[in-house]
Design a binder for this molecule. Structure first.
Ligand SMILES: *Cc1c(COP(=O)(O)O)cnc(C)c1O
Ligand SMILES: [Zn+2]
Length: 402
């Protein structure tokens, strides 16, 4: 007798990050009354077995991991998102085995494209025609790019002080750019209100549960490129904490499936003036792992605009990802970021934006302090290209140079 295997129907279920209750299926609104309304986490049910996961791998972009994603390749943009190289940088920083995941090669030049590709595929699958996002710059450029390829109308709210190259990029893709006189937080609230008022699909980090799902594919690619082994450290520049929670989710999911033997220790790299996640993490450690619902507010003043965030929108999941991976957070000074940007460009030929340089600065700091040891392996995420912010430290005006 032959037994016919029926294809397994997998679906993505959303659960509240705080109480774990399932959110309602269609709109994914929280079914609980946790306050403030927390982001949700997406869970594939039932999860594939390790064997099914390996057998499902196909293609060279992030849709290779469709078995673990909330949308399907046919709803994707067709731009190549993901499938970026893991560069071997040899030995650096006094004995660290260093690799870099080059996310600058994504269509709009930053890792944000992974989040947008998956979030907008979900939007399209649900028949949305118009999408909205707030951004410090890159998420907006990314949404403008992928919405253009998808034939979706895009409106982007950005602080007026964002680097001009990012504003130019958003306009070039034909998105409606709304500059906000204020901070990223102001832009965030405007975008949420606009989406609510007009019933539009909102890509905002921390509101949209699928951005994390897209970002987790970066971890899946790192693991696969290393032959399903884990490095000792993965260094993640951190603002809202959504890349961090995504990378954490990716490694944790593979470990749960039995595809990986464990998870790497994550490092949240923050600017000294924008270190809310580091503060929450330190407080949680002191309280035996209990994470405060509300982020610690800070007042960012850093050239690393992509990680300048006063109230991180995914802080809960980010801090939990640090705790779960036995990771840590490091806050670096502006001089360290500037030094790191110079090193990456001149020593390795990697011109990145200041937020990315903060990652290298954090790794250098941890190595100096002895936390990262000689012979350890580390992967640095190159989250954004230098072309995004070509002049982050403009020369002082002549009178100030005397
Ligand atoms: C958005 C971004 C980050 C920070 O990601 P979060 O999810 O906000 O922590 C880091 N680097 C670059 C280039 C980014 O665009
Ligand atoms: Zn809840």
């Amino acid at each position: 007798m032959t037994v016919r295997r029926l294809p397994v129907e997998r679906r993505t279920v959303l659960r509240c990050c705080l109480c774990d209750r399932p959110a309602d299926g269609a709109g994914g609104a929280a079914a609980c009354d946790c306050e403030p309304a927390p982001n949700r986490r997406a869970v594939t049910e039932p999860p594939p077995t390790a064997r099914e996961f390996h057998d499902s791998l196909a293609g060279r972009d992030l849709w290779r991991y469709q078995a673990l994603l909330p949308a399907r390749r046919e709803h994707g943009s067709g731009l190549q998102v993901g499938g970026t190289p893991l560069l071997d940088l040899g030995t650096a920083l006094d004995g660290v085995r260093l690799r870099a995941k080059d996310e600058t090669r994504n269509p709009s030049g930053s890792l944000k494209d992974r989040a947008t590709e998956v979030a907008l595929a979900v939007a399209r699958a649900h028949g949305h025609r118009e999408v909205v996002a707030a951004s410090t710059g890159n998420a907006g450029a990314s949404m403008a790019c992928i919405a253009a390829a998808q034939g979706l109308r895009a409106t982007v709210f950005v602080p007026a002080a964002a680097p001009p190259a990012k504003l130019t990029q958003i306009r070039a893709y034909g998105a409606e750019l709304r500059t906000v006189d204020g901070s990223y937080d102001d832009a965030f609230d405007r975008a949420v209100a606009h989406a609510r008022e007009h019933g539009l699909y909102c890509r905002n980090t921390g509101v949209n549960p699928y951005t994390r799902e897209g970002k987790k594919t970066c971890a899946l690619e790192i693991a696969e490129a290393l032959g399903w082994e884990v490095p000792d450290w993965v260094v993640v520049p951190c603002g809202d904490g959504n890349i961090l929670s995504g990378i954490g989710a990716g490694f944790a999911e593979l470990a749960d499936l039995g595809v990986l033997p464990g998870v790497p220790r994550l490092v949240a790299a923050q600017a000294a003036s924008s270190d809310s996640v580091r503060r929450s993490w330190a407080a949680a450690l002191a309280r035996g792992g209990w994470v405060d619902r509300e982020p610690v507010p800070v007042a960012p003043a850093t050239a690393a605009d992509s990680i300048a965030v006063s109230r991180p929108r995914d802080h809960l999941a980010a801090v939990r990802a640090l705790l779960r991976s036995d990771g840590l957070a490091a806050a670096v000074a502006e001089e360290e970021i500037r030094w790191a940007a110079g090193e990456l460009a001149r020593r390795f030929g990697l011109w990145v934006e200041p937020s990315t340089a903060a990652g290298y600065a954090a790794l250098a700091r941890l190595r100096r302090e002895g936390t990262v040891r000689e012979g350890d392996s580390a992967v640095l995420l190159l989250t954004g290209t230098g072309l995004k912010d070509p002049d982050p430290w403009p020369a002082a005006p002549p009178e100030a140079q005397r």
